[in-house]
Design a protein around this ligand. Sequence first.
Ligand code: S5P
Length: 266
Amino acid sequence: QRTKLTYESRANLAKSAVAKRLFNLMASKQTNLCLAADLTKADDILDIADKCGPHICLLKTHVDFVEDFSEGFITNLKSLAKRHNFLLMEDRKFADIGNTVSLQYGKGIYKISSWADLVTAHTLPGRSVLQGLKAALGPGDASKERGVFLLAEMSASGNLIDDKYKENSNKIATEGADVDFVAGVVCQSSKTFAFPGLLQLTPGVKIDESVDKLGQQYQTPEHVIQERGADIGVVGRGILQASNVEQAAQTYRDRLWAAYKDRVAK
Ligand code: S5P
């Protein structure tokens, strides 16, 4: 069972080079916390990345709502990622035909493929979403430094994903020529996939409050790691809205990590 294995041992099973890197980073830095830096000002994102950087394995962005996006912002974000040793994920949730996602990934104002170690994509268009994203990277080994998390489930109440969709998403993540490009799956349950070389990223994590006003559903750090099979817990407002963000990041980090240690020890 994949949830019983350590991150170190799973690094050796990963087919994606980025997944391998992330498993090893998590094990050595002792953190399975991803910060969802959902803020609209570049400086606020950089500030929180600097404060929380020592506690996270991954920083997740939504660059399309950053009001003052610039190349300088990306340069600074990359240097913080290097200094504090975390990876960058742009949560773009690509969901179009191959040619369009290729352009959205590589071109435009954001040039996501030039800086994001990881991106998210819906499986709705089928396998061509992976082929399209890979095409933006060009030939050669470029895809080895980049990876995708496929959405197989969502935390929003009333979402339209059913069992068949989950099963087919799992097939796209684990079968075929592009599996070396898939680093993991965004989902809510350990039953969604079994392959231990993929990482399970689970959003909807908060210590208190079980829902927000717009359909988000929350679980505690212990619940997502031990009952839902998460390898990485994504925390946004649980940290962003705390009076002391650094302390909140430390608390989420400690609780998510302890839950993982418990899970592999049992
Ligand atoms: O099913 C999902 C998938 C994602 S990637 N549910 C989610 O909430 N997310 C993202 O996780 C969402 O876009 C947001 O950036 C983060 C959750 O933020 P929070 O403030 O609710 O913790």
